[in-house]
Design a protein around this ligand. Structure first.
Ligand SMILES: NS(=O)(=O)/N=C1/NCCS1
Ligand SMILES: [Zn+2]
Length: 265
């Protein structure tokens, strides 16, 4: 598979060559989350708050893989996700980010066409399925809800002290392919809003190759604030071709016959 990326030569418009589902899929992600009109998100009063159990990670690797920066705890991590639209318990796998080279672009999901400067993805896999017992197996399982990804928009404002240990580490993984073991503990729970009640949810896919259509997406309404300096730290990370990673976001995909549910009015 040709190395995919976000440039003209290897970006989202070329991914169909190795991943035909990019063009033939009917549940691709990201999407534009529309809040009014015909195809808008529909309030569902049955949608409960999302429940996360994220004990502080004590051992993790922070990696620049050339198309994002990714925080992956060691296999022993016990972090779990449940509640919201989910009927099963999911295991935390990794988190990573998507961002742009200015504050008017960068997020993958949009709200009525608006992009945020960045988007945080917390990736989980269904640990109660009889059909797979690892993240990689889950991705290849064809199970429509093998994965659950929590999406949080980032907006520019005050410095985010909880994310500072991550943004301070970006300069240490400037080169694509470089990774560091995360020093000390990281409290992911502290990064998230107190209550995980207001979100959009829909059936979608990975937003990067292989674009597998196995993701229950939960995108939270309330953005997380980060400072301009923290945004600039993302924009200084290299893509392996001597250029900074900027714009590692896939454009919105057609909704087709899908509906989007909202846990709030
Ligand atoms: N951006 S995303 O979370 O949908 N894509 C992924 N690819 C492999 C792990 S998560
Ligand atoms: Zn992502």
């Amino acid at each position: 598979m040709a190395p995919w990326g976000y440039s003209k030569e290897n970006g989202p418009a070329t991914w169909h060559k190795d991943c035909p589902i990019a063009n033939t899929g009917v549940r691709q992600s990201p999407i534009d989350l529309i809040t009014t009109g015909q195809t808008c998100a529909k309030y569902d009063s049955n949608l409960k708050p999302v429940i996360v159990s994220y004990p502080a990670f004590s051992e993790a690797t922070f990696l620049n893989n050339g198309h994002s920066v990714q925080f992956q705890p060691s296999a022993g991590n016990l972090s779990e996700l449940s509640g919201g639209p989910l009927t099963k318990k999911y295991k935390f796998e990794q988190f990573h980010f998507h961002w742009g080279n200015n504050d008017s672009e960068g997020s993958e999901h949009r709200v009525n066409g608006k992009m945020y400067p960045a988007e945080l993805h917390l990736v989980h896999w269904n640990s109660e399925s009889p059909n797979f017992s690892s993240f990689q197996e889950a991705v290849g399982s064809n199970d429509p809800h093998a994965l659950c990804v929590l999406g949080f928009f980032l907006k520019v404002g005050a410095e985010n002290a909880s994310l500072k240990p991550i943004t301070d580490l970006l300069s240490k993984v400037k080169n694509a392919g470089s990774s560091v073991s995360f020093p000390g503990k990281f409290d992911l729970k502290a990064v998230l809003p107190e209550t995980l009640t207001d979100y959009y949810t829909y059936d979608g896919s990975l937003t990067t190759p292989p674009l597998a259509e196995c993701v229950k997406w939960i995108v939270f309404k309330e953005p997380i604030e980060v400072s301009t300096a923290q945004m600039e730290a993302f924009r200084a990370v290299d893509d392996g071709h001597g250029k900074p990673i900027t714009g590692n976001y896939r454009p919105p995909c057609p909704l087709h016959t899908r509906t989007v549910a909202a846990s709030f009015k």
